[in-house]
Design a protein around this ligand. Structure first.
Ligand code: ATP
Ligand code: MN
Length: 460
């Protein structure tokens, strides 16, 4: 059905135009001789007000029985609105009730519901102002990511969801088996008889495959779903999340950091420019000062410090952290947040972590106890980006793999990239939902993805 978007009607359409809208009723208010209907179609946060006169054929039989959630098709004329805060309203010529929403059972009545409650009805929560707004912002940022990389001449690579290499080596993979294989476990079929001929799992990162294409196309990115079977019940972890992973040949760590910083600033500016109404809602109801925070990030250089400097800063803070700090430990969220929220009050790029706490593919520094890693930390969240310059020297990489017991034959293809035309190259992984969290101010990452998956929870 062809209908007009409320977003367009509210902004640009001339008074006097005949219009058709298709949407859902938010509220109905009766006056003498007519009713006010507030209708939303999802095209924007705002509703449009519809005047339904008692002369309408179905006024008594249907319109006066409308409740929140009913779906409607309304034809009418756009008129100047005498009400405050809206340019126009629709005076209806006809209102067709497409679907009723039994008020006895429809859970989204006009009041504020907790996000915990809304998670229990994830099939209905996009109809709320906040979650509808998150969905629109998410869509816009996804678009802006493609636009940014397209402008920079990157090529998008679709890396596999099913993979046979555990990139992070953290043992947090979901294994992929067929139903038949499960039935056959009684007979214990060997790996070689499995569907792919070797153990397969859902990807934890597309990086290694992106490296393959960076070594042919130069600058590439992959952006897709990523899976981690980590049993962490935090407000920043999902079992299924989206990760953006650019990978660049002939690019060292500082080139990598420059790109990440430029990209983040681009995305923040873009969303403020294009999703003003939704962002204002988040600023008002979700995180006070959100827009000022985003402007502050866009307007200032990110602070760049080494891991060693970060540890010194934490030690001299005199703070009593839950996880004690010393050189060599991985930074916990409480440390990351102290650094970015209190010590520097800006996004922070921490570089040159100890090799012992980072994956095998990161480039070994000259010292040689650290690697050319870079994590970006932001206020309120902590790590949002994890990246590095990759080890491009065949012998050093092989040595690292042997040291930590990675099967070099399984990764022969990865080593080959260093044997034939190797290049200094680098890249990073941006957790898309953590970015949405930062941008919307949502406290819990479960509100940033349409259908969150966490331990014990995967509805719809
Ligand atoms: P963390 O220490 O916070 O668990 P990580 O070191 O495991 O993160 P990386 O392996 O470097 O993260 O992944 C790159 C990015 O992906 C992270 O910076 C983060 O933004 C995001 N990310 C990682 N794990 C998750 C998860 N379980 N849910 C959502 N986003 C995640
Ligand atoms: Mn992790």
């Amino acid at each position: 059905m062809k209908s007009d978007h409320i977003r367009t009607l509210l902004k640009d359409t001339a008074v006097g135009t005949s219009v058709t809208i298709a949407g859902w009723l938010r509220t109905r208010r009766d006056s003498s001789g007519f009713s006010f209907l507030e209708v939303n179609d999802g095209s924007c946060l705002a509703n449009i007000q519809v005047i339904a006169d008692k002369q309408l054929a179905n006024y008594e039989t249907e319109i006066k029985k409308l409740t929140t959630g009913c779906s409607l098709v309304i034809k009418g004329e756009l008129q100047e609105s005498p009400a405050k805060g809206q340019r126009v309203e629709i005076v209806a010529d006809s209102i067709e009730v497409v679907g009723w929403a039994d008020p006895e059972h429809y859970p989204l009545q006009k009041k504020r519901h907790s996000f915990e409650f809304l998670r229990e009805i994830s099939h209905l929560r996009p109809r709320t102002n906040a979650l509808g707004g998150v969905a629109r912002v998410r869509s816009r940022i996804s678009f802006a990511i493609h636009e940014f990389f397209h402008q920079k001449g990157f090529h998008q690579i679709h890396t596999p969801v099913i993979t046979t290499s555990d990139c992070e080596g953290a043992g947090e993979m979901f294994q992929v088996v067929t139903e038949q294989e499960l039935k056959d476990t009684a007979r214990r079929t060997g790996e070689s008889e499995s569907f792919f001929g070797s153990k397969a799992g859902l990807t934890v990162s597309g990086q290694l495959q992106a490296e393959v294409f960076a070594q042919a196309l130069g600058s590439v990115y992959t952006f897709g779903p990523t899976f981690r079977a980590e049993n962490s019940h935090t407000s920043r972890h999902l079992a299924e999340f989206w990760m953006l992973e650019p990978e660049m040949a002939f690019c060292d760590l500082s080139c990598n950091m420059d790109l990440a910083e430029e990209m983040l600033k681009y995305l923040l500016s873009d969303v403020v420019a294009h999703c003003g109404e939704d962002m204002a809602l988040f600023d008002k109801f979700i995180e006070k000062g959100l827009l000022a925070k985003l402007h502050h990030v866009v307007d200032n250089d990110f602070v760049r410090i080494t891991y060693t400097e970060a540890v010194d800063e934490l030690l001299k803070s005199g703070r009593d952290f839950e996880f004690p700090v010393s050189w060599g430990v991985d930074l916990q969220s409480e440390h990351e947040r102290y650094l970015t929220e209190e010590a520097y009050r800006l996004p922070l790029i921490v570089t040159d972590y100890p090799a012992s706490i980072k994956p095998f593919y990161m480039r070994v520094n000259d010292d040689p106890t650290t690697v050319a890693a870079m994590d970006i930390l932001v206020p309120g969240i902590g790590e949002i980006v994890g990246g590095s310059q990759r080890e491009e020297r065949y012998d050093v990489l092989l040595g690292r793999m042997q040291e930590i017991g990675i099967d070099e034959y399984e990764y022969q293809w990865y080593l080959d990239l260093r044997r034939y035309g190797t290049t200094p190259h680098s890249g990073f992984g941006l957790g898309f939902e953590r970015l949405i969290q930062f941008i919307t101010g949502m406290h819990n990452i479960r509100e940033t993805i349409p259908f969150p998956r966490t331990p014990g929870f995967a509805p719809c």
